[in-house]
Ligand binder design. Sequence first.
Ligand code: SER
Length: 332
Amino acid sequence: MVRKGHTGFVFKVALMGKILVTGAAGQIGTELVERLCSRYGRENIIATDLKFPHVPECEHGQMDVTSRDSVDEFFREHSIDSVYHLAAVLSARGEENPGRAFDVNANGTKNVLDASLRSGVKRVLIPSTIGVFGPQTPKRKVPVETVTRPVTMYGITKIFCELLGEYYFRKYRLDVRGLRLPGIISYKSPPGGGTTDYSIEMIVSAVKGKSYTCFLRSDTRLPMMYIPDAIESIIKLSEADGGKLIHRTDFNVSAFDFTPGELETELRKYFSGFSVEYRPDERQKIAETWPSTLDCRAAVDEWGFSPRFDMSRMVEDMVRNLSDQSSPAGKR
Ligand code: SER
């Protein structure tokens, strides 16, 4: 197979099978699939989701990760080399239906890892989350090794996935890797049921000229990252030299942090009349159990994590892209 490098020149990659993405229709999946297609060639990517994902750029199919039979059959029918396992139920939606969150996040991941093992998959990347932290975790500059006693079903299942991934690596030498993503901000496809989603909703409202009612308090500081950096980080970790990794499934990553109040102030630079009302709901309780800032040194040292966007560049880029989308030309 031939692919383009960062510098634009073409080089060869030894890839025997295909790259499978689960949760391909989600907030991260949609953009990861696009990026994988351009990096490895669309003929080498298979995008799957619970519903048939709308990804015309590559092969795509329906796969329910909670059904062991469905997962086994899919892996048997395709020659798969590596997996990006993104299918998950996020924090706020997980609290609405904890049983479903357990099934998708915990059983789904076990099904994917077992099928990977059986079919000779070389690498599985599973995003983790700041949701693995809990009320006893320190608030600032939280290192990878710290207290991880989450209180949401999302967090409980995700810390399980981190540990299960390490177990499969130690016991079966399956190369499982993962990174703890913060709130991810994006505009191409909507987020799905997270506590950090307020940030996207607030930017979208400002661009549409509407006021916004925020479900978190104005001073709730959380770690965040813009989607291009999230996608690059996921690919960078997946391509990193495994021999140099000391950690496996639990790298902290974050590019910046802010509070809803600070985001509101930043948006007023573009939309002077923009206003936000703060009406915290159940999601405030979730946010309060998470850290404000992370120590990402392990990711920097072991695989070169280097986000490009700070908060103001992210807001500028979001505002430009969302404005283009809502202009008459963008709607066509
Ligand atoms: N964005 C996620 C959530 O809010 C956290 O990783 O659930």
